[in-house]
Design a protein around this ligand. Structure first.
Ligand SMILES: O=C(CO)COP(=O)(O)O
Length: 127
């Protein structure tokens, strides 16, 4: 599966911990990320990961374009709901496209755990 991983700054530690915990599963998939998130994941886990631009510099839009082209199967986007983002329109656009194309998207650690467990079980294999 093609999986995108994205986290706002205040949520990066949480995403990193999550990816490390499920590293063996993530290693089975093609991973994509916004710039800084991808760099940190790669540094921590050594997992190969295709990095787009940093979110505020267009990375969210690049991932949105992949969704629109139906090239992503699942998205983990740990959003920070308590901090204003300079690129909020891009954030909304990414989430919106996920809804347009019915892409399974976890936006917090609670839903992320459910989504990764579904991926491990193969729930998404025939979607
Ligand atoms: O801003 C982001 C998502 O909206 C994430 O971008 P970075 O991974 O480059 O920090």
């Amino acid at each position: 599966m093609n999986i995108a991983l994205i986290a706002h700054d205040e949520k990066k530690e949480e995403l990193l911990k999550f990816v490390e915990e499920y590293k063996d599963e993530f290693a089975r998939h093609q991973l994509f990320a916004t710039g800084t998130t991808g760099m940190k994941i790669n540094e921590l886990t050594d997992l190969p990961i295709h990095r787009f631009k940093s979110g505020p510099l267009g990375g969210d839009q690049e991932i949105g374009a992949r969704i629109a082209n139906q090239e992503l199967d699942a998205v983990f986007f740990f959003r920070d709901p308590l901090t204003a983002q300079p690129h909020e329109p891009d954030v909304s656009a990414l989430v919106r496209l996920g809804d347009v194309y019915n892409i399974p998207m976890a936006t917090n650690i609670g839903s992320a755990k459910i989504l990764i467990k579904g991926i491990i079980r193969g729930d998404l294999d025939h979607v």
